[in-house]
Design a protein around this ligand. Sequence first.
Ligand code: GDP
Length: 298
Amino acid sequence: PAAQKPGLMGRIFGGGAPAATAEPRRALDDEMLEALEDMLIQADMGVETALRVTANIAEGRMGRRVSSIELKELLAGEVTRIMAPVARPLPIYPKKPQVVLVVGVNGSGKTTTIGKLASQFRAAGKKVVIAAGDTFRAAAVEQLQVWGQRAGVPVMTAPEGSDPASLAFDAMTRAEAEGADLLMIDTAGRLQNRADLMEELAKIVRVIRKKDPTAPHNTLLVLDATTGQNALSQVETFQKLADVSGLVMTKLDGTARGGVLVALADRFGLPIHAIGVGEQIDDLDAFDANEFARALVG
Ligand code: GDP
């Protein structure tokens, strides 16, 4: 039989592989629910969400005998119910250019995600312009240029240390002049100095609104799945800095099980527009609630 990653249920029912004979059944009791809770918390779901999911599964079923397969189904169903409403691709508006501001801490995968998105939009026949708004990190600008080349999309840059808002304004002018469908603006991710970053983001927004009072049309927050529960505080922080409209979760190809996505959906209800599943240009998938739930449950 194919080697299978041991599912989450192994710890409750013993052994990871499904039994060849009749599935063992156990009465749903407090001990089992507690084990389930622990497991969900360890999978990064967060205490609050883990308790609620477990309570929903317990409701009306205490003492009933369940197999691991049934319990898995119940759990997958609960997770899908939480995740289905947030599984929404980035909405595309007829507005030209649609301005997408991309925020997130350094290292979360902003640059990579912008490159991947640009490539997807271009493949869908959209004309895209990228603005390298993290003007203080020369390496970030270079990386974005590399991604722009890969995606076949122009990247507007400005001299190191220059005003990102001024670059954003120039990028708006160019995107308008060229009839671009989308303008993606990268931003700095220095959380060390929040007041500065807040002012910088606010200024970018102010300036692009001089050109289009309805911009930005989306503010994407990029989060790294491997940071676990930290993602929750990043959402809170960035919601104070910018008007976050949706999330992209990166690095779900690694060891992170991504349980934190359930906690995020439960707590904030922000749409998850895409997930990063690798370092290559095509490694960006739409978020599928059912598929995610099944992978999480194992
Ligand atoms: P930024 O500082 O937020 O712009 O982050 P980068 O886009 O430069 O990404 C930081 C690192 O994470 C790079 O080494 C990327 O290759 C890597 N990375 C980004 N997205 C993913 C992903 O979905 N999966 C994996 N495995 N690595 C990723």
